[in-house]
Design a protein around this ligand. Structure first.
Ligand SMILES: C[S@@+](CC[C@H](N)C(=O)[O-])C[C@H]1O[C@@H](n2cnc3c(N)ncnc32)[C@H](O)[C@@H]1O
Length: 737
């Protein structure tokens, strides 16, 4: 029974069910299409109405779903209607504020004062309701640092309400700049309970699209003063979804992430250098493993209403096997003393407790459940179940395997049945948690936390104490990469050391400290001019070099230097904003400029690449700094004495000018943090649309404009490098050289 607060809207929506059914049945498709066309004309930037119409048309009912979960007693009987009402309503929007501590604190302050204050007493009409509702931002009490928030509106509500256009612009721009991550509230739970520390070796077995990977990386980088010694391997079986992880990794700028493409149920072993015996290797075991497994997803019905039309209990039965194999492999790869989180966005005990119980049974005490609730103060959840009833697709329920007819015995498996009374005592399934949608107005979710206390019964010690192991010479990376099942990625070619052709010049120009290890730099080609130079942490380098032949590595490394053959710069490489936070600690004073707030605002507000601000327009302080400062790429620094906010940007000292090398979303992000005017980027698309309708000429929407590519010789001529160059960065040197 819930002791938690149940949002009023679920209890008071008396005729909701009837209304939904009626509305959906009676919808006049021609009239609807006409309405959508009109709407589209009014809001040309909105996606075509097809999706919305499609979702609105879905009748959020499924009799089999109700029958199945009533039989499982997933919700106390008296809460059933409230549970169903919540499931039928759209999912509220949730987001986290991310980034460095100082930036996150500053952004949080701005969110509260500029956005939440505005909407606190606002009431708007939501898509699936008739009455107006309050917006009410709520801080998720269990999320560390108070950085996660939930609003009572769905994404669509926010996108379609003019009153919320500033908030919508904020979410879009800050998501692109990495200041905010939009993520379903319950999906934020697994990384929190996994308890990742900067020294941990972490494996995310089913990682795409990567919202939890992003959190893992954030926790890994909790100590901003140094590069973490740990790392995250983010894996997914789906090759195309791996590129979503590449995109996610790019936003996070971490040199400690490696993206791989394997079936995690048979994830290959990897070797690493043995830190205690540097000549030797050992099998890589992880301190933390996340198994956010593929599932039927019925916990996401509020966000993905089409699940209502497709749901069948057969899906859960079919997924149980792969979920079990992934969890089992995860436990094998976990070090003794390590922690593993198993999670699904499904309500079904066959995909949840039955998988957990099956593995506990086989582990014979070598793995145990820890409380998933302990680290989640004020999160309202149900304890894991100890009893459930497997069912075949024809909705016949069974209490024991001997009741299952032969034709269903390959689908309803003996291991899917609930634990025996003796097992119930030792398994502690009540330490798992199930989050139900009506408890805190979220999606539904399941989480189990495992601790490995000994080797698994079938596991041999992968790393026995070495007895005079022969010294192994470090292997050269293979010249040509082996192809695995159609897998083809550019090679990872590491710098050989201080003498690597381009390095002495880079080291001298950027005044790099001696403790910078050039062998952590790499390119993605064997021959030809080096274009982009990437940086990885020493631990990631070791994994790539030792396992490249056996592991499908999709991506690693953060872009740190970019070729820029400019006659005003004595080094052919400029800095890249992506790699700046990793390299900045090593760059000496010769390429750093600590400028004043007003000067930083001046460079950021300049959106004419052919006319960067002349040095004469800067403060005397900055003019004195740049007087004898060599032209070319540099770091612009700013620190606010009164807060923890410090900003580090890639800049360019031109012959007569100074400018920043930032993409538009980053520019908006920094201007916002500096409290400066960014109104030209904060377009009210509703107003603009009506101006267009009235025939007025409208400027392009700065917020949505693609970042221009860097194509001039002066800027390095790297087409593929457009992402970190924008209005502030493009053609400065052209006008000056
Ligand atoms: C629930 S989603 C993961 C969501 C992700 N953890 C996040 O937070 O963004 C499940 C993922 O598992 C992947 N997957 C399915 N079967 C897999 C397998 N055998 N091995 C690895 N990944 C698998 C799917 O491609 C899908 O991306």
């Amino acid at each position: 029974m819930f002791s938690c607060f149940v949002p009023k809207r679920f209890v008071s929506l008396g005729n909701y069910l009837k209304r939904m059914g009626k509305r959906n049945r009676n919808v006049n498709k021609f009239a609807q299409r006409k309405r959508d066309r009109k709407e589209q004309e009014k809001n040309p930037q909105e996606k075509p109405a097809d999706n919305r119409k499609h979702y609105a048309d879905i009748v959020r009912e499924n009799a089999a779903f109700e029958e199945y979960y009533k039989a499982q007693k997933i919700v106390p009987e008296e809460d059933w209607e409230t549970f169903m009402k919540a499931l039928r309503s759209n999912l509220p929007t949730a987001f986290r504020v991310t980034g460095s501590k100082g930036e996150a604190a500053a952004l949080m302050k701005i969110v509260k004062s500029e956005y939440f204050n505005d909407i606190l007493n606002m009431k708007i009409k939501v898509e699936d309701g008739e009455e107006e509702q309050e917006v009410k931002p709520v801080s998720l009490p269990w999320y560390p640092g108070g950085l996660a928030w939930q609003l009572s509106f769905s994404r669509t509500d926010i996108r379609r309400n003019e009153a919320l256009y500033k908030l919508h612009n904020f979410l879009v721009a800050e998501t692109a700049a990495g200041g905010v991550s939009r993520q379903e509230a319950v999906s934020m739970i697994p990384p929190v309970v996994l308890d990742v520390q900067p020294h941990h070796k972490v494996l995310d077995m089913c990682a795409a699209p990567g919202s939890k990977t992003a959190q893992l990386i954030e926790f890994l980088h909790a100590d901003e003063s140094k590069m973490p010694t740990g790392f995250v391997i983010a894996n997914d079986v789906d090759n195309s979804r791996c590129y979503m992880l590449v995109h996610q990794a790019k936003r996070l700028n971490s040199p400690c992430i490696l993206i791989t493409n394997h079936d995690s149920a048979v994830m290959p072993n990897m070797t690493v250098t043995d830190p205690e015996h540097p000549g030797a290797t050992r099998q890589l075991k992880f301190d933390r493993v996340l198994c956010d497994v593929p599932c039927s997803g019925d916990g996401t019905m509020r966000k993905n209403p089409d699940i209502w039309t497709k749901w069948s209990n057969g899906n859960g039965n079919n997924l149980h096997g792969i979920q079990y194999r992934i969890l089992k492999r995860g436990l094998e790869l976990l070090t003794v003393g390590g922690r593993l989180v198993y999670s699904t966005c499904s309500l079904n005990p066959i995909e949840n407790e039955a998988v957990v119980a099956r593995v506990l049974r086989e582990a014979e005490g070598a793995a145990r459940l820890a409380s998933a609730q302990d680290r989640l103060p004020a999160l309202c959840s149900q304890p894991g179940m100890t009893h459930w009833r497997p069912a075949s697709k024809d909705m016949v329920f069974y209490d024991s395997f001997d009741q299952v007819p032969e034709r269903w015995q390959t689908v309803v498996r003996p291991q899917m049945f609930p634990p025996t009374p003796d097992e119930i005592k030792t398994f502690n399934l009540d330490r798992c948690i199930r989050i139900l949608p009506h408890a805190q107005d979220t999606g539904a979710f399941f989480v189990a936390v495992f601790e490995k206390t000994a080797l698994l019964p079938w596991e041999k010690d992968a790393n026995p104490t070495p007895v005079d192991q022969p010294k192994e010479e470090k292997k050269e990376p293979p010249k040509k990469r082996r192809r695995m099942g159609g897998y083809r990625e550019d090679p990872f070619v590491f710098f050989s050391g201080e003498k690597e052709d381009v390095f002495p010049n880079i080291k001298e120009y950027y005044d790099l400290k001696d403790d910078f290890d050039p062998t952590c730099l790499l390119t993605r080609c064997f021959v030809g001019k080096k274009k982009n130079i990437y940086l990885v942490s020493p631990a990631v380098k070791d994994i790539v070099q030792r396992n490249e032949a056996n592991i499908k590595i999709i991506n690693t490394g953060v872009k740190t230097f970019v070729r820029c053959d400019n006659k005003n710069m004595t080094c052919p490489f400029r800095l890249s904003q992506e790699g700046l936070s990793s390299i900045t600690h090593f760059v000496g004073p010769a390429r750093r400029l600590r400028i004043l707030r007003s000067d930083l605002v001046l460079v950021l507000q300049n959106d004419d690449p052919s006319n960067p601000p002349d040095v004469a327009r800067f403060s005397e302080h900055t003019q004195a700094l740049v007087k004898d400062f060599a032209t070319g790429s540099c770091i612009l620094e700013y620190a606010d004495e009164s807060s923890e906010l410090s900003l580090t940007l890639v800049g360019w000292r031109g012959v007569h000018s100074l400018r920043a090398y930032t993409a538009t979303p980053d520019t908006v992000h920094y201007l916002r943090l500096l409290g400066a005017d960014y109104s030209k980027y904060d377009v009210n698309k509703f107003k603009k649309a009506s101006e267009i309708a009235e025939g007025e000429a409208a400027e392009p929407d700065a917020m949505e404009t693609d970042v221009p590519e860097c194509s001039t010789e002066e800027n390095g001529g790297n087409k593929q490098d457009g992402a970190d160059i924008a209005q502030n960065g493009s053609q400065d040197v052209k006008t000056e050289s």
